[in-house]
Design a protein around this ligand. Structure first.
Ligand code: NAD
Length: 502
């Protein structure tokens, strides 16, 4: 099925396209042109029930399938992802707006989680003790949970779902994905590719929707666990609501990621890194750099280098050759970002590069904000306190590394932070004292590889376990510990006191 030619998208339930029961639909727009490209169903109770029922029905067979066979499905899925990467990237670019190269990169980062999950027979190994008592052995195993749900944001329609479901299904769970209603098509295509890889029907399902669908999933009695990635207010709501309904939950929220630039840093290297990390994907990455903290006398030279580079970023439609930065997701996102830029000016920061309403040839209806750079931003300013989620860099100036660390540690968000320096001592101090989940040393976007786990601290993650890596395996499994006794003659006297093994 060529999903991109459909006017109205289906759900993906039980291994096939499923006509939605709901009569509510939302518009999916191409952000580079502003055109409505298709409509997405916004699920009601019947749609949600159908998806969860399909996942529940598939659980018994899938969880009993040997882990090695589950891994082999993922191996085939991995190869198909690589083969289809170009076509998948086009879907991401059409609905999200990021460049084709960036979209392809996000598919590859998701694929790396699939590669990690193919090691599931090893990852599920438990512990074993022979003879914990006479004729008594004990061991633990990691059992799957049942139906797991993923609720994902617009900014990574391929990668963020792939942080979740490859690990969940490798562990023997079945999955219902509720992707962002802004760019929903890729999720359906993932369903098709999983089927082609040999995944049994019902193990992976897609239900489209908005808050109504999410609320139904959070309260559904057959849902065991919820993984969420999105903005902080919604993450907190998901965490509290899912927990109240007895679900296991991990909810990743928003971010304000800092890059500290020390006076001894290679400023050209730092400026290049910060430009890519701040403006790549129009700043719509949860690990994008949005606050640059210039230490000591690094500020003047750094701002000059950033300004020169920001003015040269090629902005335009993500599918055009040579483009480095595409549009933001919606007209309202553009208007919100433009408004925050205005607010930054009125609150006294120096607007060095103003990206509002750039002229993009052939894209008059597109939702563009050009690279924007502020200098001398105060920590009290709205543009520092709020997550902008757009191509806006704010430079703050502080006297010392201690001040930079204190500023980062006082911020309510704590996803990532990076330092640029030539000093091993400064880097080591930063890495030890900064209170964030992911830290980079001369690396602007320190996203952990798939075999580590991804997650922030404070308002950037609600829950105890990060996504993917070994934390992902722990999240999607529960521990069962078996104590087994095989006495020689089968006669066991009743015991009335706490047994003492010996
Ligand atoms: P969002 O919170 O608006 O939406 C995320 C998901 O929640 C979507 O599927 C949406 O349909 C659903 N949703 C939205 N409002 C809801 C509500 N009131 N009740 C229930 N469900 C609701 O986020 P977004 O705008 O799609 O994505 C951008 C945000 O995601 C940014 O804040 C960004 O920092 C964050 N993000 C964080 C990470 C991370 O790893 N921490 C990764 C990617 C994105």
């Amino acid at each position: 099925m060529d999903l991109t030619t459909l006017e109205r998208l289906p759900m993906w339930i039980g291994g096939r396209p499923h006509a939605a029961a709901t009569t509510r639909y939302g518009e999916v727009t191409n952000p580079a042109t502003g055109e409505v490209v298709r409509h997405v169903p916004l699920a009601d109770g019947a749609d949600v029930d159908a998806a969860v029922a399909a996942a529940r029905a598939a659980f018994a067979g899938w969880s009993a399938t040997p882990a090695l066979r589950r891994a082999r499905v993922l191996m085939r899925f991995r190869d198909l992802l690589e083969r289809h990467a170009g076509e998948l990237a086009k879907i991401v670019t059409q609905e999200h707006g990021k460049t084709l190269a960036d979209a392809r990169g996000s598919i590859m980062r998701g694929m790396e989680v699939v590669e990690f999950a193919t090691g599931i027979p090893h990852l599920l190994k438990g512990e074993h003790n022979d003879s914990v008592g006479t004729d008594v052995d004990s061991w633990s195993l990691r059992a799957p949970l049942g139906v797991c749900v993923g609720i994902t944001p617009f900014n990574f329609p391929a990668m963020v779902p792939m942080w979740m479901f490859p690990v969940a299904i490798a562990c023997g769970n079945t999955f219902v994905l509720k992707p962002s209603e802004r760019d929903p098509t890729l999720a359906l295509r993932l369903g098709e590719v999983l089927k082609e890889a040999g995944l049994p029907d019902g193990v992976f399902n897609v239900v489209h929707g908005d808050k109504e669908a999410v609320d139904l999933l959070l309260a559904h009695p057959d849902v065991r666990a919820v993984s969420f990635v999105g903005s902080t207010p919604v993450a907190k709501y998901i965490y509290e609501t899912a927990a109240r309904h007895g679900k296991r939950v991990q909810a990743l929220g928003g971010a304000k990621n800092h890059a500290v630039v020390m006076p001894d840093a290679d400023l050209d290297y730092a400026a290049d890194a910060i430009i890519g990390a701040g403006y790549g994907s129009a700043g719509e990455r949860c690990m994008a750099i949005s606050a640059v903290v210039a230490v000591g006398d690094a500020g003047d030279a750094l701002v000059a280098k950033l300004a020169g580079r920001a003015r040269r970023v090629a902005t335009g439609p993500g599918d055009a050759a040579g483009i480095e930065m595409g549009p933001v997701i919606t007209a309202s996102a553009r208007d919100r970002i433009d408004g925050l830029i205005g607010r930054g000016e009125t609150e006294g920061a120096a607007l060095v590069v103003d990206g509002r309403r750039p002229a993009i040839a052939g894209c008059a209806g597109g939702f563009f904000v050009g690279p924007t750079l502020f200098d001398r931003v105060e920590a009290t300013a709205t543009i520092y306190r709020e997550e902008i989620f757009g191509p806006v860099l704010a430079v703050l100036r502080v006297p010392s590394l201690a001040d930079a660390i204190a500023m980062i540690n006082a911020n309510p968000y704590a996803n990532g932070a990076a330092i640029f320096t030539r000093s091993g001592h400064a880097a080591r101090r930063f890495e030890r004292e900064v209170e964030v989940g992911m830290t980079g040393i001369n690396v602007p976007i320190p996203v952990p590889m798939a075999f580590y786990s991804f997650g922030g601290w404070r308002n950037s993650l609600f829950g105890d376990l990060n996504v993917h890596g070994t934390d992902g395996v722990r999240f999607y499994t529960r521990l069962k510990t078996v104590t087994s006794r095989w006495p020689d003659d089968g006669s066991a006297a009743p015991g009335f006191h706490m047994p003492v093994l010996g």
